[in-house]
Design a protein around this ligand. Structure first.
Ligand SMILES: Nc1ncnc2c1ncn2[C@@H]1O[C@H](COP(=O)(O)OP(=O)(O)O)[C@@H](O)[C@H]1O
Ligand SMILES: [Mg+2]
Length: 358
């Protein structure tokens, strides 16, 4: 059947035999009885007419054909082609023994308290929200702790320490690692990650979770926006279903998507102040490291705008230098020089905001 949505005599359209696009719509299953097929045809034509009337710059020629009754399955799209199952994907995620303990982690007392309380609430949420009925006032109890703070402030370390404290292995992944070149695979990988953590009784650690929880779209373009939304709804579903402890890490995000407000406890990791830096220096100068008598963690801590990660790098750098030059031990000047090298090699970052008065 052939049908022109706009006859050539239509007042709004210049006449003449201009070439026009033809569309073949093969949507009516073969074997449909005549009356029903006619009805379907007229509906299709009306739909195309409405569409063309609003959007079509050119007259449309629509061909409605019958679809063969027994059609062989369409050639699989890349995404569907031997796409691994959730169980198969879950095998890609293996939990490992935690590498750090709480006694190595230096945090302000209040932050440590917040962290332990958040873990407790997430760990005991079944008792609190189901047995004790708090779900009536909070239908989506928090099921994850989010460690937020600048790079190098101890978030990854804390995730290990939490798993260690709970006597569980740690299953760590980065959000970027879950994305895939095939459209629609990201949510499946996320689902598999949660399944793997549940199956292995592991604390799940999702690093770089910024993009997933931020209220703002970080990526441009319609397609990626859609992909981010698909990942987000999968994350919400997975969180509501997951019985274990999930730990996220993000750099400071100015605003979180409201869907995560109740589900995620945010614990802020600050840059270390002078006292914290001294404590971090002490933990990074093991007694087995040959040191000169002048090494002073307190004096090293006087150098500001330094994170724990900078301190670790400086110690390793100074020790390597001492070994390389045959001096055989690390002195205060070596550590200060190494710290300067680390600071100089750091990518530029915006100046920290001024400290609040008082
Ligand atoms: N608060 C901290 N207390 C003790 N060591 C720290 C701290 N923050 C950073 N470090 C040191 O820096 C290293 C890197 O920190 P990491 O936990 O990876 O930071 P983040 O995950 O926040 O980027 C740690 O393994 C540790 O050696
Ligand atoms: Mg980290």
């Amino acid at each position: 059947m052939k049908w022109n949505s706009r006859p050539e005599s239509h007042p709004g359209w210049p006449g003449g035999p201009t070439p026009r696009p033809a569309f073949a719509v093969s949507g009516i299953p073969g074997g449909t009885d005549e009356v029903e097929a006619a009805l379907l045809r007229s509906r299709l034509i009306a739909a195309v007419d409405a569409f063309g009337g609003h959007h079509g710059p050119e007259p449309l020629t629509v061909t409605v054909t019958n679809r063969p009754a027994a059609r062989p399955p369409a050639k699989a799209e890349p995404m569907a082609a031997d796409s691994p199952s959730v169980a198969e994907r879950a095998q890609d995620f293996t939990a490992t023994a935690p590498l750090y303990t709480f006694d190595r982690l230096v945090l302000p007392g209040r932050t440590m308290e917040q962290l332990l309380r958040a873990i407790h609430i997430v760990e005991r949420r079944r008792t609190l929200f189901d047995d004790w009925g708090l779900r009536t006032i909070q239908p989506h109890p928090s099921s994850a702790v989010n460690l937020e703070g600048p790079p190098g402030t101890g978030k990854t370390m804390a995730a290990h320490a939490i798993a260690d404290r709970l006597g569980r292995p740690l299953l760590a992944a980065r959000a970027s690692q879950l994305e895939s070149k095939y459209h629609g695979e990201g949510p499946k990988n996320l689902d598999a990650l949660f399944h793997a953590a549940a199956a292995q009784g592991a604390v799940l650690f999702l690093d770089e979770a910024d993009g997933l929880m931020s209220a703002r779209f970080e990526t441009a373009g319609h397609g990626s926006e859609h992909a981010v939304n698909a990942m987000r709804s999968e994350l919400l579903t997975a969180l509501d279903r997951f019985e274990g402890l999930a730990v996220f890490a993000t750099n400071l995000v100015s605003s979180y998507d409201t869907a995560f407000d109740s589900r995620v406890w945010h614990v802020r990791f600050p840059r270390p102040d002078e006292a914290a830096r001294a404590a971090i220096w002490r933990r990074h100068l093991p007694g087995t490291l040959p040191q000169a008598g002048d090494v002073s963690p307190e004096a090293l801590a006087a150098v500001g705008d330094v994170t724990g990660r900078d301190i670790r790098r400086a110690v390793i750098d100074a020790a390597a230098e001492a070994l390389l030059t045959g001096r055989g031990r690390v002195g205060q000047a070596d550590l200060l020089d190494a710290l300067e090298r680390v600071r100089a090699s750091r990518p530029e970052r915006p100046a920290p905001p001024p400290a609040p008065p008082g």
